[in-house]
Ligand binder design. Structure first.
Ligand code: AHR
Length: 521
């Protein structure tokens, strides 16, 4: 329900120097977009993805095997590749997650029978190691993305990581590089990112921040990329395992004592619940549950701000990025699903959650230069759900597609006060609006109407640019818990949208609980 205290909104508008609005059923939100003051680059890597050996994220979701009746290229399903290519996925983090700190890469290479191991973190299922390094690199190449390899720190040695990198990146005739050639890959791979451990405070070794910082220094010393093409800007970037949610001591300790090459420090934050374990249903929820979940997601703003402030103390030039390399909604186990497989549906609520999270990253673009939603397929807040040969794109997928023009764009300052939306004691901002100048020179405006009951009318003044037209797409749904299913895959899909552009102003109206992206031309 929209906050009926309209005067609150009006007060906010006056504070921004606008004239008080007239009392109306749906107040018009005044927005100012200042194209004369472009900010930081919105790194395309904030749209990164995460694919772990967990449930059917890899086996079934990506890999079906060369002999599968499901159309595939060298074992990788074609429908998924086509869908992901449209997202311009900048990087894929693999093989975990918790799985990474029990992964031994040598078991996942070669043309012969590979060892079968246990996936102790996720359901205790058998891991056939069929999808290993070469298959992952093939997948990354098929979707035109880049590799973010997560190295095992918790149960392995710097030597294992060093040898993995030698296998992947050396052009010399070492035995490991020759093994890669024998496995069908003569040229060295390009590894854009290397994660040194995952959740080293938990499943990655239960370390103290002091201990992990030392481990990082040791691992990074030997983690060498030999690919001669990876120099300068293309150099492999190293990402340290960072804090769990609000563990500011972890960030402080690492930043204070770090050594060796460090390009980013990670942060993991899952939303959807206030306290572990996750309990909200992924579908079939009511408005109170909607509001509560979105509130948890908005906490990202506080977390990113506070971790960034600590990083600013030790790194005022912002050389070290904050990489939110696990984020997204984590709901209660889907009834009837396998325990530990983290299967969950994805609704219009997740579209809103994705948009507000991405918007937070863009507002912190100077420090947040990487993020990976968890996870890509069939696990947690997925882009894609599959079942056998069936595939469906989720509302979250559509948000990522609508935001493609924001990749490597320049953040443009936006100011507004849309007031608040309150329901059952939960109060949220009514809207979330961001703007950017795309690589194509066009301006993009993204408007998320968080309010599930009232449309949002926007009256935007564009400083420094006179748009002649404003068109785009809007993602709306019949209900807050609407989902796409294999039977009804197009219930929540973007629809064409247009706004009225006149002189330097733009007027538009978006539906309740919707995400809209318009391009100004
Ligand atoms: O994404 C699922 C799990 O969440 C990851 O394996 C782990 O890093 C985190 O706790």
């Amino acid at each position: 329900m929209r906050n009926t205290a309209i005067s609150l909104t009006a007060l906010g508008l006056m504070a921004f120097g606008w004239t008080a609005m007239a009392e109306a059923a749906t107040p018009v939100t005044k927005v100012s977009v200042d194209t004369t003051k472009p900010g930081a680059t919105i790194d395309r890597h904030i749209f990164g993805q995460f694919a772990e050996h967990l449930g059917t994220g890899i086996y079934g979701g990506i890999w079906v095997g060369k002999d599968s009746p499901i159309p595939n290229t060298r074992g990788i399903r074609n429908d998924v590749v086509t869908a992901l290519k449209a997202l311009h996925v900048p990087n894929v983090r693999w093989p975990g997650g918790c799985f990474a700190d029990e992964y031994h890469w040598q078991k996942g290479i070669g043309t012969g029978k590979r060892p079968v191991t246990l996936n102790s973190n996720w359901g205790g299922v058998l891991e056939p190691n069929t999808f290993g390094t070469d298959e992952f690199m093939d997948f990354v190449s098929q979707i035109d993305s880049e590799a973010y390899i997560s190295a095992n720190v918790g149960s392995s040695t710097p030597q294992e990581t060093a040898e993995w990198l030698e296998y992947m990146t050396s052009e010399k005739e070492t035995s490991l590089a020759m093994a890669r050639r024998e496995n069908g890959h003569p040229a060295p791979y390009s590894i854009a990112f290397l994660g040194i451990g995952n959740e080293s405070w938990g499943c990655g070794g239960n370390m103290t921040p002091e201990h992990y910082t030392d481990e990082f220094r040791q691992f990074t010393t030997y983690a060498k990329n030999y690919n001669p093409a990876q120099t300068g800007d293309k150099r492999m970037k190293k990402i340290a395992s960072g804090a769990n949610v609000d563990d500011y001591n972890w960030t402080e300790t690492f930043m204070k004592n770090k050594g060796g090459e460090v390009d980013a420090l990670s942060l993991h934050f899952y939303s959807g619940f206030e306290q572990w374990p996750p309990y909200q249903p992924a579908s079939g929820f009511d408005e109170t549950q909607y509001a509560k979940v979105i509130k948890t997601a908005l906490r990202m703003e506080e977390l990113v701000s506070k971790h960034s402030a600590i990083m600013d103390k030790y790194d005022p030039e912002k050389k070290v990025a904050l990489a939110v390399d696990e984020w997204g909604a984590w709901y209660a186990q889907t009834p009837g699903s396998t325990s530990g497989f983290l299967v969950q549906q994805n609704s219009q609520r997740d579209a809103i959650l994705a948009a507000v999270s991405i918007n937070i990253f863009t507002r912190h673009a100077d420090r947040v230069r990487m993020a990976n939603i968890a996870q890509m397929i069939n696990v947690l807040q997925a882009m894609i759900l599959t079942d056998g040969d069936k595939m469906v794109l989720t509302p979250t997928y559509h948000v990522f597609k609508m935001y493609v023009p924001f990749q490597d764009s320049k953040a443009i300052p936006v100011s507004y006060d849309a007031g608040t939306y309150s329901h059952d004691g939960v109060t949220l901002p009514r809207a979330d609006i961001v703007a950017a100048k795309g690589k194509d020179g066009k301006y993009y405006l993204s408007i998320t109407n968080i309010d599930p009951d009232e449309p949002l009318e926007v009256d935007a003044s564009i400083l420094g640019f006179t748009p002649k037209k404003a068109t785009g797409q809007t993602l709306v749904a019949p209900k807050i818990d609407s989902i796409n299913t294999f039977d009804k895959p197009n219930l929540v899909v973007p629809k064409a949208f247009s706004a009225t552009a006149k002189n330097c102003a733009l007027t538009l109206k978006v539906a309740p609980e919707s995400v809209t992206v318009v391009v100004l031309e």
